[in-house]
Ligand binder design. Structure first.
Ligand code: COI
Length: 357
């Protein structure tokens, strides 16, 4: 990106941050990356100090929802090198979301170079404390100013970064949602589209009112097969098989999900991506064969589930059985912090760019 311009902040806020007490999603670093799509090409890549943006009241993203995003994390290896986790996979998924939402693709080299540039510049913000990370949020939205349903001609792609603590600081409780649905085949459930998250808010609020942290979504046709949690994909560990719902157009193709499957298979476990009904889950639970349930996601990493409520049935998951989730968490964290060898090449050292202030 030879035309990237960089304007640095005159005063970093990093020294004011309490890295021992990081809420998720509230603190932003000093800089942001921005590039515009002018209808035919991406122009004017720039890194500037974070500031509020002004939005026209006719901005099409506000009215018709062309808005997609990614979530990634940067960490610091034990020798201090900032590391990205599987950046190319995020670029590919961002573009899959863009195609589905009728938005322009962002060239992978721009996406990846921008990540290196912004994380390199704000690397002092990468938390060093276990369980914390620099959360990276690439996003794209429509910028045409028009009322009327059509795809926007112009767009903005941005990257912001936030030092974060754990998304779920403790094991969570899930309520199986049998009335509302998250996604149907042919819809946009596989895209990381902002509207998918909006659609989940009301059922999630109802679940919280009953004391549950999140809903476990079922399929839209039979209201029977487990899908995902909305903030993460889901895994069920049975005595002789680890099952995660197959991604069949309605489930986000999680990068932590894919990494978990690869690690488990590499460790010789019997992992299935298949349909799994809530009745099967409950009957395995009753037979004492459901050992662990955990979610996987960039923000959540590996989130243990301690309780699932399905109609009148409550399943309690005993933490003394949570060995597999703990070992995956340790393996991914070990790679991200450079304490175990990354044989798969998932972590990528940040290439710092020369910055002339
Ligand atoms: C992520 O895991 O990165 C997400 O985008 C999910 C969101 C709940 C933060």
């Amino acid at each position: 990106m030879k035309d990237l311009t960089i304007q640095l902040t005159s005063e970093s806020r990093v020294s004011k941050v309490d890295f021992h007490n990081l809420p998720f999603g509230k603190i932003i670093t000093d800089h942001m990356f921005e590039i515009d799509y002018d209808g035919t090409k991406w122009v004017n890549p720039r890194i500037t100090p974070v500031e509020k943006m002004s939005i026209h009241p006719m901005n099409m993203a506000l009215h018709y929802g062309q808005s997609i995003f990614e979530g990634m994390k940067a960490s610091r290896s034990k020798d201090g090198t900032p590391l990205l986790f599987r950046p190319e996979m995020h670029a590919v998924r961002m573009n899959a979301s863009a195609r589905r939402m009728c938005m322009p693709e962002i060239p992978e080299d721009i996406f990846v170079e921008a990540l290196h540039a912004i994380v390199g510049i704000d690397q002092e913000w990468i938390p060093k404390i276990e369980g914390s990370a620099l959360y990276i949020r690439p996003f794209m939205f429509a910028t045409d100013e028009m009322i009327g349903v059509k795809a926007s001609d112009t767009y903005k792609f941005m990257i912001i970064c936030l030092p974060v603590g754990p998304y779920y600081p403790k094991p969570i409780k899930l309520l199986v949602e049998s009335q509302y649905i998250r996604a149907a085949k042919g819809g946009v459930g596989e895209a990381k589209a902002a509207g998918n998250y909006a659609a989940a808010l009301y059922p999630s609020k109802l679940a919280r009112e009953q004391g549950y942290d999140q809903v476990l979504w079922l399929d839209a046709v039979h209201h029977k097969y487990a899908q995902e949690v909305g903030t993460m994909n889901i895994f069920f560990v049975f005595k002789d098989e680890v099952v995660t719902p197959a991604t069949s157009g309605t489930i986000l193709k999680g990068i932590t999900r894919a990494s978990t499957i690869e690690i488990l298979k590499g460790n010789g476990l019997n992992v299935s991506e298949r349909e799994i009904s809530i009745d099967e889950i409950y009957s395995k639970y009753q037979a004492g064969e459901l050992l662990e349930v955990f979610g996987t996601g960039t923000a959540a990493l590996i989130a243990n589930v301690e309780e699932i409520k399905y109609e009148d049935h409550i399943m309690h998951l005993d933490s003394s059985n949570w060995q597999l989730s703990t070992s995956i968490k340790n393996e991914i964290n070990g790679m991200r912090f450079g304490t175990i060898e990354d044989k798969r090449g998932w972590t990528v050292p940040v290439k710092e760019i020369a910055v002339t202030a």
